[in-house]
Write a protein that binds this ligand. Sequence first.
Ligand code: FAD
Length: 547
Amino acid sequence: PKRIVVVGGVAGGMSAAARARRLDETAEIVVLERGEHVSYANCGLPYYVGGEITDPAALLVQTPESLRAALALDVRTGHDVVGLDPRARTVTVRRTAGTEQVAYDALVLAPGAQASRPPLPGLDSPRVRTLRTVPDALELRGAVRDGARHAVVLGAGFIGVEAAEALAQQGLEVAVVELAPHPLPPFEDELAQLVADELRRLGVAVHTGVAAESVVHEAERDTVVLADGTRLAADLVVLATGVRPDTSVFEAAGVACERGAVVVDAHGRTSVPGVWAVGDATVSTDPVTGARRPVALAGPANRAGRLVADDILRPGTARPIPDPVGTAIVRVGSLTAALTGANRAALETAGIAYRTVHLHPNQHAGYFPGAGQVHLLLHLGADDGRLLGAQAVGADGVDKRIDVLATAIRAGMTAGDLIDLDLAYSPPYGQAKDPVNLAGMLAQNVLDGTLRLWYAQDVDAVLSGALVLDVRSKAEFVTGHLPGALNVPHTELRERLAEVRAEAAGRPVRVLCASGVRSAIAHRVLTQSGLDSASLSGGTLTLRAAL
Ligand code: FAD
């Protein structure tokens, strides 16, 4: 009988162990976990800190006892794997009682990642915490109970934003510091600004485009000093500047790594025979851009764990582990922000020619109560129209659209395929032309030249060299418009074409409205009358957020 040893007893590791048992009643399955808990809900930790989850026991999805009872797993907590001998097929385990060797036939590495610690003076202050484990979450709650009033969160990635909101929910004055120009760095600027606004609405001070330089530890309270001289008082500093694979023990033992992340083949096999790896600790290939990077997300880790067990126990028949596209979602106050696939920066680094479309459709029929906009953007291959990436922010309906678009990326769908999707519709849920269908129609028009776009980033060039034609109503126009813009509501355009032509005086016409719908109609009128025209992608809603 086989002895399968798993290092790390949470997402990827426990998925592998549980699946292994379901496939093989005779295998001996040992799970070695450094911490005091296994199978805990790391993704749920911020909601315990914020108080929405009240009972910390709810974070413990399984216990060693429940896993022994249900799956006959030998789960050993407080067991830190500190060495690996691939030739002897043993790992060295350190526990309070001393060290021991544990032998394996198959070894699954699922050590996850650790909070990365930037070289910042003062991070050794006892007020600096991370949010990775149940004890971390309990400590944060403890600090709140002990009267912490000011918190500084370093890093506004997913965990940083969740931590900031959670601490603000607890009544603390929270500041978040992010080196990138906006919170949630993987998001495009024009959508991330909506998240920044929402954080401010929640009372969180947002410091972006600035580095934290040091943490000054004082008896009463710490001070976080930023590169621009800002000084932020902190009873609590949450370090959330990213993660790095927790693999040094295994790399030292000869397991091939790329920038610290374990290299695996399509079945999770490492360079060392008999050793597999999954989860945050591994590197994968971005299926859109070909870039190599670790993906620190729970879904890919759980699914890879399951497939690794298949490969160990059913060699030759297991399905390969797909490369994750990196679909992710986060709640920020009353908004949801989600993304899938590649963003602009990744596409540009990879040298992939792409087109971007922005749209702001309602999540469900506009006439049904509660209608609200989904701010959506898609990147598509300029040549083949394939969906490369999508992002959305809105109060409702974001999760459904991004999941459909994630599925579309996995399936290699194009703009045309998005138009053709049959999606569930009745007024409380969607539109007869769902936002995903609409995005496909818009993209198809752009790709085949029916619609020509200009972008918020081009605004300076447009202001200096084109006639800006604002086709919103007069009432909208007077609330604010670009300097020098000519206002011709789209309903009057056909009668006032001569006026537009005279005003343009040979210059290109760059049209805009609030969301891009009316300006697209206007563009068709203008272009068919022989004018050089283009419509602002996403309209003033996108322009305002991007400026
Ligand atoms: P982990 O689940 O981190 O498990 C690794 C375990 O290995 C740890 O318990 C560690 O103690 C143990 N270990 C490490 N080294 C050793 C060793 N040498 N010996 C013994 N044990 C060892 N992902 C999402 O998709 N959605 C979310 O909403 C989301 N929210 C998150 C919120 C927070 C606060 C955090 C921290 C993470 C969140 N994640 C989320 C990420 C997700 O939790 C991880 O991607 C996922 O848990 C990775 O699984 P893993 O098995 O690779 O590692």
